[in-house]
Design a protein around this ligand. Structure first.
Ligand code: ADP
Ligand code: MG
Length: 364
């Protein structure tokens, strides 16, 4: 048996190993400054994230000017430690990928200008990456990260056609992906993003920012059927709407306050979370059925939500892939990963590349 295996591994037909492609990813679209090195699009050699969550908590949301100034302070140390942790010098990289949009203009500029400086100084190609595309590509990253790039990749590669739900603080989009780098937007939110709704409702019921994790935690002791909050199904469309739900929670809170009653925070949180999860899961499952998806991907910060994870796994008509929480929230490994697929498709961007704060996924 051992002989047979060694024979196959030395067979002359075996293709020569391709040289590894290593990409530095840089992310600064919102309130995380991040850098990572990814090999061959799937192996995370390093991934560093400096979150500004504590800095913005006092404002109850991201304060754009504070965010850009913090990116300036953090971006070089983060890139240096990502390279150090990957035991790699700039000269051993193949390209620099950076988030070009969508995101806060003043934050994007910091990442893009840093990437340009590095590209100019090193002669490496520059690749502008769409943040939403990168969230989808987070599903291609191997997890847990392996310390050695020759180790086996254990995370299976997602299979096409894919229905992807991108749910974050800034976005809620349902996307059909027939193949690599091809996207058809099925629907998006008409008002608040799902994460934004979590953040706003958390504030309404007196929970800390960021609202997603607070609401999830508070829900643990609550009854999801205590309040029947509205589900905006918006029949015949794949669009989402969460502003009516937010208003319904506000009305309930006001009513309780007028009656001088203590807020049943756990029940409010659980009932709100159940309403969001019902709609996100219901639409994703229907899209997967209709388009005969081979796989469902759920990505973005809100995909960290445990109730969402359990509901989609229970109802999906096909396998569901949800990246681990550390890859769901903003990170640069996903930028390097998407950058890899862009790089191998031939994309190179000029040093005159500008930020695209409202860049839709379908115009990538
Ligand atoms: P963005 O960059 O668009 O702000 P991220 O991908 O960084 O989005 O995700 C942040 C969002 O995810 C926040 O709105 C936060 O409330 C939400 N979030 C994080 N964890 C959870 C959770 N467990 N449940 C629901 N929402 C969550
Ligand atoms: Mg973020």
């Amino acid at each position: 048996m051992i002989d047979e295996l060694s024979k196959t591994s030395q067979s002359p037909e075996r293709p020569l190993a391709q040289p590894a492609i290593r990409i530095l990813g840089i992310e600064s679209s919102c309130d995380e400054t991040a850098a990572a090195v990814v090999e061959n699009g799937r192996v995370i050699l390093s991934s560093m994230v400096a979150s500004q969550v504590d800095l913005h908590a006092q404002f109850g949301g991201v304060f754009p000017e504070v965010a850009s100034r913090q990116h300036i302070r953090t971006i070089y140390p983060i890139i240096e430690s990502a390279l150090q942790q990957a035991h790699i010098g700039l000269g051993e990289l193949d390209a620099i990928a950076v988030t070009r949009g969508p995101g806060l203009p003043g934050s994007l500029v910091i990442g893009i200008n840093t990437a340009k400086g590095l590209a100019l100084g090193s002669g490496l190609p520059l690749i502008g990456v769409n943040h939403l595309e990168a969230h989808i590509y987070s599903a291609w990253l191997n997890w847990p990260p392996v310390s050695d790039s020759t180790a086996t990749i254990t995370t299976p590669e997602p299979r096409f056609p894919i229905v992807a739900l991108i749910v974050s603080g800034g976005h809620t989009e349902l996307v059909f992906m027939p193949d690599h780098l091809h996207y058809q937007r099925l629907g998006a939110t008409l008002d608040d993003a799902a994460g934004e709704a979590f953040d706003k409702v958390a504030r309404l019921i007196g929970l800390a920012y960021p609202g997603g994790p607070s609401i999830q935690k508070a829900s643990e002791g609550g009854n999801p059927r205590q309040f029947s909050f509205p589900r905006a199904w918006l029949e015949d469309s794949w669009s989402f709407s969460f502003s009516g739900l937010k208003t319904a929670v506000l009305r309930e809170v006001r009513k309780l306050q007028e009656q001088n009653r203590e807020l049943p925070v756990a029940d409010l949180a659980a009932s709100f979370q159940a309403a969001v999860v019902d709609v996100l899961v219901g639409k994703t499952v229907r899209a997967a059925q209709k388009l005969e998806a081979a796989e469902i991907l759920i990505v973005g910060g809100v995909s960290a939500n445990q109730a969402l994870r359990e509901a989609i796994q229970a109802q999906a008509p096909c396998p569901v892939h949800i990246p681990p929480i550390l890859l769901c929230t903003d990170n640069a490994a996903m930028i390097a990963c998407a950058g890899h697929y862009r790089y191998t498709s031939g994309q190179r961007d000029p040093l005159s590349m500008d930020v695209l704060p409202n860049w839709p996924l379908t115009e990538v």
